[in-house]
Design a protein around this ligand. Structure first.
Ligand code: MCA
Ligand code: AMP
Length: 507
């Protein structure tokens, strides 16, 4: 039996391969046979390149069914998929390419100029293009390949994907996820979330992160479920599609935006079975508003790029009730503990660092053995960097993070990275990026900085410089030049005081 994740997903395809597997918001229908043939052709293209075992395929393209097929083809061919946020600019891409050394890069035609320059100079031999209108050199080349392909035989611990998730200090780390990490999690969620015949998923998330690429996509595929495939989130479009679907997954911002739609009602959700939220804290207000407006109770779950899904509120009533403000119970097979600073196990209700173990927990960070060692305990538990507790009924509650991280609209923003860029701006002496509440994105970054003596700094100029270098979601929503920064007795910037000072900026 091959442990190739693709084989397990392929086995779940329905008998009738001519049934619709994906229906796009542009009115295109793809059958399961289309998925089978296209992934075979793309896998044959990849294998025709003579790539070494474990070769990485880095992809920075707009969301499309073909991009999804490229992911499945990479698994099918036995290579390692490396999805990259479409908002990343050249400095960010240069880092990922230098760190991961992909054998193949696939980018959008509009970025081919600068991406190919970075890739070729880093030693990548193949750069293809793919756009969201089904054109580009990747498909042109694949069109000549056979639509028959025997999936590569993989071992459970063979790499399937590398997902970059920045550390609180320094540069991004590549979380190495194996076929078994992903397959074990997909199978657990299929059962725990009661996927059933006839389920239809609205897929409105990006496919360069775990939520959209693994939790949503694997969920539908491993159940042989049709997907209504949106090229991006649009609240009105989701509302229009709800009566045709049964499952929706989103970050809290998506729920906040849907609640702002007058058409959201019990009636518009009458066909729906399950709403899942995660990637960032779901406010109790959103949880209760959703119940009142739709009659549905959102199922909140907790995961990480390093672990896929860790905990989940129950789906079936026999597993318990869904409780707002909690991320539910550790999933079957996941062990979770909360420990204090002295590495002692804490009793129920006590707040400490969340640590986990399980078949879903990643192997290591790519080519960073020291960083990997730092983030696992001596007895093999992964330190999530999240702070929380397990309450008297066994529900896990995340109350904060020990890692300096801002989660904005579901995207992670690492202050250390942004502060580095701000500090490089001429005339800046020091800076601090803090997260403050935001009604739409949940939390956004606000930058404060001090100028070198005698230098006049313009906050607008600093932001403009950042916009030219960094992905747009990382750009601080506000920037203030201050005479000084609050420090503790150790001279460390007191970000908690800054968060307090600016907490009402957007609310
Ligand atoms: C867009 N902008 C943002 C964000 N998205 N700024 C901060 N945070 C964001 N998330 C910027 C845009 O560049 C634009 O700035 C301005 O805000 C308005 O953009 P808007 O049109 O509102 O953005 P959008 O295109 O509608 O996107 C918002 C979004 C998107 C749909 C919420 O951010 C999104 O799809 N988020 C989901 C991310 C995700 O999949 N997370 C899962 C990670 P300007 O005009 O200056 O360009 S996986 C994970 O966390 C773990 C493993 C887990 O548990 O799942
Ligand atoms: P990532 O770095 O993209 O893997 O994001 C993982 C982080 O997202 C976790 O370590 C948590 O800090 C956060 N996260 C994911 N799901 C939730 C949730 N339901 N509630 C609060 N934080 C969450």
């Amino acid at each position: 039996m091959s442990n190739n994740l693709f084989v397990a997903l392929r086995e779940a395809f329905p008998q009738d391969l001519d049934a619709v597997a994906v229906e796009t918001d542009t009115g295109l229908n793809y059958s399961w046979r289309d998925l089978e043939r296209a992934t075979a052709m793309l896998a044959n293209l990849l294998q025709s390149l003579g790539l070494p075992r474990g070769a990485r395929v880095a992809v920075q393209v707009d969301k499309s069914v073909e991009a999804m097929m490229l992911y499945l083809a990479t698994l099918r061919a036995g290579y390692v998929f490396l999805p990259l946020n479409t908002a990343y600019q050249s400095a960010e891409i240069a880092y990922f390419v230098e760190n991961a050394e992909p054998a193949v890069v696939v980018c959008s035609p509009k970025n081919f100029g600068w991406v190919s320059k970075i890739a070729f100079s880093a030693g990548t031999h193949y750069v293809f293009t793919l756009d969201a209108e089904r054109s580009g050199t990747l498909l042109e080349r694949a069109a000549h390949c056979s639509d028959r392909h025997v999936p590569a035989v993989m071992q459970p611990d063979d790499l399937a994907a590398i997902l970059y998730t920045s550390g609180t200090t320094g540069r991004s780390k590549g979380a190495m996820l194996t076929h078994n990490n992903l397959l074990s999690n997909a199978l657990v969620l299929k059962d725990y979330w009661c996927w059933q015949p006839g389920d239809v998923l609205i897929h409105a998330l990006p496919i360069f992160h775990v939520h959209g690429l693994f939790v949503a996509l694997h969920g539908a595929l491993i159940n042989g479920s049709k997907m209504i495939w949106l090229s991006g989130f649009d609240a009105k479009l989701v509302l229009q599609k709800l009566p045709e679907a049964t499952v929706f997954m989103g970050v809290p911002t998506l729920y906040v935006r849907l609640l702002a739609e007058p058409g959201l009602s019990h009636d518009s959700c009458r066909n729906m079975r399950l709403f899942v939220a995660g990637s960032a804290p779901l406010l109790m207000e959103t949880f209760t508003d959703w119940q009142q407006r739709t009659g549905h109770t959102i199922l909140e779950r907790y995961g990480m790029s390093e672990t896929a899904m860790l905990t989940s509120n129950p789906c079936r009533p026999s597993d318990g009730e869904r409780r707002g403000g909690t991320v539910g119970f550790p999933l079957p097979g996941v062990a979770l503990r909360v420990r204090g600073d002295a590495e002692q196990d804490l009793a129920q209700g006590e707040i400490g660092g969340i640590e986990v173990k399980g078949p879903n927990v990643f192997k290591a960070y790519w080519r960073m053995p020291e960083k990997t060692k730092e983030e696992f305990t001596d007895d093999g538990w992964f330190k999530t960097g999240d702070v929380g507790l397990v309450d008297a009924r066994g529900y896990v509650c995340i109350v904060g993070r020990s890692k300096d991280l801002i989660i904005s609209g579901g995207y992670n923003v690492y202050p250390a990275e942004i502060e580095g860029y701000i500090n490089d701006f001429p005339g800046v002496a020091e800076s601090a990026l803090i997260g403050v509440p935001h009604p739409d994105f949940g939390e956004v970054g606000v930058a404060v900085l001090i100028a070198k003596t005698g230098v006049q700094l313009s906050a607008e100029a600093v932001l403009a410089a950042l916009k030219a270098q960094l992905a747009n979601f990382k750009i601080p929503k506000k920037c203030f030049v201050l005479p000084e920064l609050p420090r503790n007795t150790m001279g460390k910037v007191q970000k908690n005081l800054l968060r307090e000072q600016y907490k009402n900026l957007f609310c």
